[in-house]
Design a protein around this ligand. Structure first.
Ligand SMILES: [Zn+2]
Length: 241
């Protein structure tokens, strides 16, 4: 299951939630690496559900499947992104793969410098996807704190986290190949016990075989002969009468 990842390679939060134009919402502004335009990466695999070009090119991305929230809960997630100068690459219904650079920072709408305004909402996209909040700003439905929704990992460089503590995805532990263990003592004992009857049987068999396996050599005249004997074979030399 996917863990939604912070959507920028550089965390540089220039406006936190519930302050200024983010009053009564959990929206944040992220200005990325520098004053230029940084890419925004899909935090999860999802579908574009809405594009609103009359304001700040707002785009709603709904997760295709349920995702894992940092508190361990599992649910769908819908995010709203704003301020890209162009959304010509996007359309409603487009599938976006996790990690895909699908959106950009910009200044479209009421933005003073290049950044991306985004919000996280719990659950699937529904109705218009947003509402006018008590402070008069349009914000996503079922909004939650970004650090309660998004994870970070070693690829995210933190320049300014605005004192928000994001949970880190632990690096997967590479499993070592299993070491060859010496056989357990009880297995050794078992093996010995199993071997014993077989050895006894062999001894018995050998005793039975030996008498039948006697070899009598009768030479017709005086000469040099080679005789090939099997193990434990008894050789008897008889004088030809
Ligand atoms: Zn904003």
């Amino acid at each position: 299951m996917e863990k939604p990842l912070f959507p920028s390679e550089y965390m540089r939060i220039t406006q936190g939630y519930d302050e200024g134009t983010h009053k009564s919402s959990f929206a944040i502004d992220n200005a990325g690496k520098d004053s230029g335009i940084s890419d925004i990466y899909a935090p999860y695999t999802g579908i574009i559900k809405k594009i609103y070009q009359n304001d700040a090119n707002e785009v709603w991305l709904e997760s295709s499947d349920k995702v894992e929230y940092p508190d361990g809960t599992v649910d769908y997630m819908t995010m709203l992104f704003a301020h890209a100068n162009s959304v010509d690459n996007l359309f409603v219904g487009k599938l976006i793969k996790k990690g895909e650079a699908f959106y950009k920072e910009g200044t479209k709408g009421n933005a003073s410098g290049n950044h991306c305004h985004f919000e996280c909402g719990r659950g699937r996209f529904s109705n218009s996807g947003w509402h006018k909040n008590s402070s008069g700003y349009w914000s996503i439905d079922n909004g939650e704190r970004p650090e309660a929704c998004l994870w970070i990992d070693d690829s995210i460089k933190i320049l300014n986290n605005n004192s928000y503590e994001f949970k880190k995805i632990s690096t997967p532990i590479v499993e070592k190949p299993k070491e060859e263990l010496p056989p357990k003592q009880e297995d050794v004992e078992k093996e010995k016990n199993e071997e014993k009857p077989v050895e006894e049987q062999k001894e018995k068999l050998k005793d039975e075989l030996v008498p039948k396996d006697e070899f009598t050599f009768v030479a017709p005249k005086t000469d040099l002969y080679g005789v090939y004997l099997k193990e434990n074979q008894k050789l008897t030399i008889e004088e030809l009468s």
